[in-house]
Structure formats: structure tokens, C-alpha cells
Design a binder for this molecule. Sequence first.
Ligand SMILES: Cc1cc2nc3c(=O)[nH]c(=O)nc-3n(C[C@H](O)[C@H](O)[C@H](O)COP(=O)(O)OP(=O)(O)OC[C@H]3O[C@@H](n4cnc5c(N)ncnc54)[C@H](O)[C@@H]3O)c2cc1C
Length: 629
Amino acid sequence: MRLKLVDLQDGGSGVIVLLVCSDGACATTTGAAPQLFASALNFFAATQCFVPDKDHSFKKVPDLETFDFIIVGAGSAGSVVANRLSEVSHWNVLLLEAGAEPPIETEIPWLYRTLARTRYDWHYVTKNDGVKQKALKNPLAWIRGKVLGGSSSTNAMIYVRGNDHDFQTWVNEGNPSWTPENVNYYFKKAENFQDLKLLRDTGIFNTYGREGPLVVNTFNSTVRKLTKKILKSYSYIGIEEVLDVNAAEFHGKGFCAISRVTARSGVRESTYTAYLKKAKNRRNLKIITNAFVTKILLNVDAKAYGVEVEINGKRNRFLVKREVIVSGGVVNTPQLLMLSGIGPREHLLSKNISCIVDLPGVGNNLHDHLYVPVPIYGDEPEEEENKAELMFDVVKYLYNKTGYLAHTFLTDAIAFFSRSKDMAYPEFQSYTGIFLKNSTVRQFIDIYKDDVLESIVRYNADKSLYVKILNLLHPYSRGRIYLNTSNPYDYPIIHANYLGDDRDIQDTVDGIKILTKLVNTPYFKSIKAFIPRIHISECNEYKYPSDLYWRCYVTHMIASMSHQVGTSKMGPNPEDAVVNNFLKVHGVTGLRVIDASIMPFVTSGNTNAPAIMIGEMGSDMIKNEYLPK
Ligand SMILES: Cc1cc2nc3c(=O)[nH]c(=O)nc-3n(C[C@H](O)[C@H](O)[C@H](O)COP(=O)(O)OP(=O)(O)OC[C@H]3O[C@@H](n4cnc5c(N)ncnc54)[C@H](O)[C@@H]3O)c2cc1C
């Protein structure tokens, strides 16, 4: 007997019936068999304990209660700080998070995309300048996690530390503690590397920490044949395959590898699962969810003495003996500082907020990794997966956490590369998304206007689409976060200013031109790969391919990789920086910022690992200051 899942309509209606087949002939069922199998599925699901955690907001904290430390935001960095500070049993710590408990969808890697535009996302939208990003249907949305674990609960799970050069630029900017050696110590402190096969490699063994709380591993993959072919293709254009991008030294034109990820046996590892779950029962740590901090309370001497917070529609005040730590992320941290009277004087006065500390840098220096898709069409890969097999992958996931649900992308190959052989750090990063013929590709790129989207997917009826996603790693352009009004519930204005500096356009074009060389490598040739012209009316006048076409394409098509940083820049000079080397806000006592917003320059890669490292190092800075040596 065989079981077969059949789509009722050609082209995939999504209406699936289960047929029981023997000797090649299939019969419809009475319903008993599907019921039996549905029960088995339920059984699998139940044995995997996919049960959400309880709401923490029950931990009632009386108004005006005093703590040693109050942390605003339980994200990638804030959760680390809450865990590390509450290790000191005589410190009383309060963690306030505007979002709720993570839902099951945060645990299953493939489902991370379904979290955007739900209650677990802040729903931020950037301000469009009317000149760029014209191929986008709407102003660009910025997804930010609003949940315990913050964006580490909703991100794509790729774990990249960055390059030594990145941290050296932080030191050169006047932040002496952030040497490559020191930051590597804190990466290691966080990590619990669990890919046992890879640990046999001495370089990898020496690179990663193995005793930290954060599990770093490789996706539980059962669909990696294609990834290997993609990696091999890079090697033909000078981008060498290595075992691990965090352990290998960047040299030559670049390197590529199967990516490391924050995954624990096929399930997401966020800072909620790694740091908070383990600490939440400590008597000296109180966590309140659905708690939106609206103001940092400052006295006349600019000393932080507490916070104002709304919990279930009720305003509370909590007081602090030592420090308030703001870990609200790149948008909310500068917003909260400005609402509290810390920021550019003229701007605050224009919003009727009295300026307690004039810090022009608050909200400034905003930058991000932009991305641009490079669509490559080709024949269907040999290891084509049909719908029925994908259905069985769901069962596989429930059974042993493998199959496509255990990934965030269908291929986990990442590449870093530069234009010149002499660079010590990468200028570009690239991922590959693969959409089989007649697939759901539209859903993944629905940010584009209908005619542009149709142009991208037009060959997908009988070809597979291998979308290369290109990131520009070190943009020159800088944007800014402004207050819209003095009401904390009014979203700030996000002026992202992608491509504001013209050099970013040509640099991105140069990155695209490197990627287009892939179509002439053996695997892509074997599938008759080609890169079609995308019809964007303003670009149709340019010859294809040409620099002018690609410049036009980039200007119209770029979007965000969600790696925003920089709005509370770390540096010695209060004229442009917000926090000093020890993450203390200039001109204020008892107030630090510990999150991705302190990065003076974005790192060469994904920003979750650096945000966690900042949480680790910031926590030790606090301990070093207050605990006896
Ligand atoms: C969709 C997406 C995909 C990504 N993919 C990757 C990836 O694959 N790999 C990678 O390395 N990086 C990735 N990133 C980036 C990475 O996740 C972020 O850079 C990192 O999580 C930022 O950490 P953070 O601590 O600065 O902020 P967050 O993790 O965003 O935490 C901020 C927290 O503060 C809370 N908060 C904010 N304001 C208040 C307030 N006033 N009161 C109370 N609470 C508040 C928020 O709700 C949130 O929980 C991705 C990001 C997104 C959004």
C-alpha cells in the first residue's frame, strides 16, 4: 500500500486529498484513514512539547518599587544583560519588555517570515524620499521583534560574528575596550558550539566557545545537495569554500560556507531561550511583559532615577538605585532617549520636550545593510522536491526536527567577498533563495509593485528561480531617527536614507557584477542559467546589461536586510556620539545603552551575534564597576 497526497487542481490549488494506493491504482477514502493519520500527526506534535510559555506579566510589581538595575527591552542584548546582572544574587533586577511571550512560530525556523506584521513585530515603516526604491509597492517596512528575545526571536538565525577589522574601526573611533581580542572573548563567552563534526577541525575548535548559554550549530538539513553545488559555483569565481566563516580568515576575493545558525536541534535558539528561560525563576529577577517604557526619569542633575512604564493601560513608575539600561534596539532606544529629554536640543524643543542633555548624536548615524535581489533562472535542480514530499517534511519535522521546516532558507550557503584580492575584510555578503518552478515566489517578494514582480517571476512557470540576495556591507550613507511628536505611542520618523551617498550605488553595482559571473560556472551552465532584464519602466531606456541599467535597477529595487545599527553611537565625543566606551550616556549618570544601536559602524555580516556580544561585554563592564575586585 502507498499513500499519495494529490493537489486537486493543476497548478496547485492547495486543496490536498489523501489517496490510498495499491498496485499503482489509487482510491479515494472513507475518511477513516486520513483521521488515523491526522491523529498520528497530533500525537507527534504533542510529543514535541510545542507548548507556549506562560505570560510573565503576572509578576506584579508594586508601583514605586526600587531596583538596583532596570533594563528596558528583552531583545538580543537586553536578555543577556538581565541574565548576567541577576547572576549577582544581591542585585535586584527588573526587565521590562513591551512585547509578549514568543509564540510557537518563533521556534520553527521556516515560519519566521510569518511573524512579520503580527503583534510580534513593531510594524515600523521608513519614510520614502520619493526618488529611490520606486519599484516598491509601499514605503519600506522595517521588521523589529516585539517579544521576549526581541529580534533574536524573529530573525533568520544566521550566526556571523563579523571581521576583526570591524572591531578595530570601533577602537580607532576612540573606544579602546572593543579590540578584536576582547570582543572575541565575549563571543566565546556567549557560545555553546554544538556541531561535533566541525569541532574536529582545530581552527573551529579554537574559535568557538563551548560553555556559554547560546547554542550555535548548523541547520538540521536533509536538503543540502543543492547548497553544495552553489558553494562549488562560488569557487569558480574566486570565492573559496571554507568550513566556517567565523573561523576562517578572510583573504583573497572572499569565502563561502554553509552558515552557522542559532539553532538547538532544529529549533530556534533566541536570547529568550538561551538566557531568559534559564534565569526567569531567579528570585532577584522580575520580568514584566507587555510593559512599554515611555520615559526615563531624570533629576535636575541629569541622573537617571527610574522609569515610567505603561502596563495593561496603567501608568507605573519604578525606581532605580544604580542604573537604568536601555536595550530597546535601533529605533526605540533613540526614541526613548529623546522622549526623556536627551537628544538634539532644537529638535526636542520643536516637539515641546525640555532638553535635559543636549546630545546631537541621538538618532543620528543610522545605517543598515541594504539588499538587492539578483534573479537567476535555470532548469529545475535534480533533487526537485514535489509537494507531497514537502508535506512529508512536515511529519519529518515533528518526528526528528529535520526537513525544510528546520531551515530558514532552502539553501544555507552564505558568501562574503570583495572587489580586490588585497582586502582584509569583505565588502559584500550574499545568500541564495531557491524557488522551484510554479512556486510561491510571489509571496516572498511581494514588496515589489505588480509589474516589477511579474517581470521577476515571468519564467517561473517552467524554470526554477535562484535568487541571489546581495548585501552591501559597509555603506557610506547615513540616515536618522526623529521624533514625530512627544507622544510615546506615535512612531518615530525613520529616515533610512539608503543610497544617500552616491558611492553606495556604484559599490552595489560592482557587487552585482561579481555575482552575475556565476551563470558561467559549470553548475549554472548545466541548468542553462540566465539573468533576465527586469522591466522597471524608468530603467528600460538603458542597454542591458550595462552599468547604467544596474544603477537604475539598484536605485529602484533596494530593500533592507534588517541589520540597522548606529543610532546611539559609541565614541568619546558628545558632539557626535551618544555613549562612551563603557556604554554610559554622555552627560547623564546612571544610564547606559546596551544594544545594536551603539555600533559606530555596522559589522561585516549579520548583526545578532554582535548584539549579543555587546550584551555580554556591557554586563561585565557593569560588574567590573560595582563589584569588589
Ligand atoms: C526579520 C529579521 C531578520 C534578521 N535576520 C538576522 C539573521 O539571520 N542573523 C543575524 O545575525 N541578525 C539578523 N537580524 C538582525 C538582528 O536580529 C538584530 O540586529 C538584533 O536582534 C538587534 O538586537 P537589539 O538587542 O539591538 O534589539 P532587539 O533584539 O530588537 O530588542 C529590542 C527589544 O526591546 C523592546 N523594546 C523596545 N522599546 C521598548 C520600550 N520602550 N519598552 C519596553 N520594551 C521595549 C522590543 O520589543 C525588543 O524586544 C534580523 C532582524 C530581523 C528583524
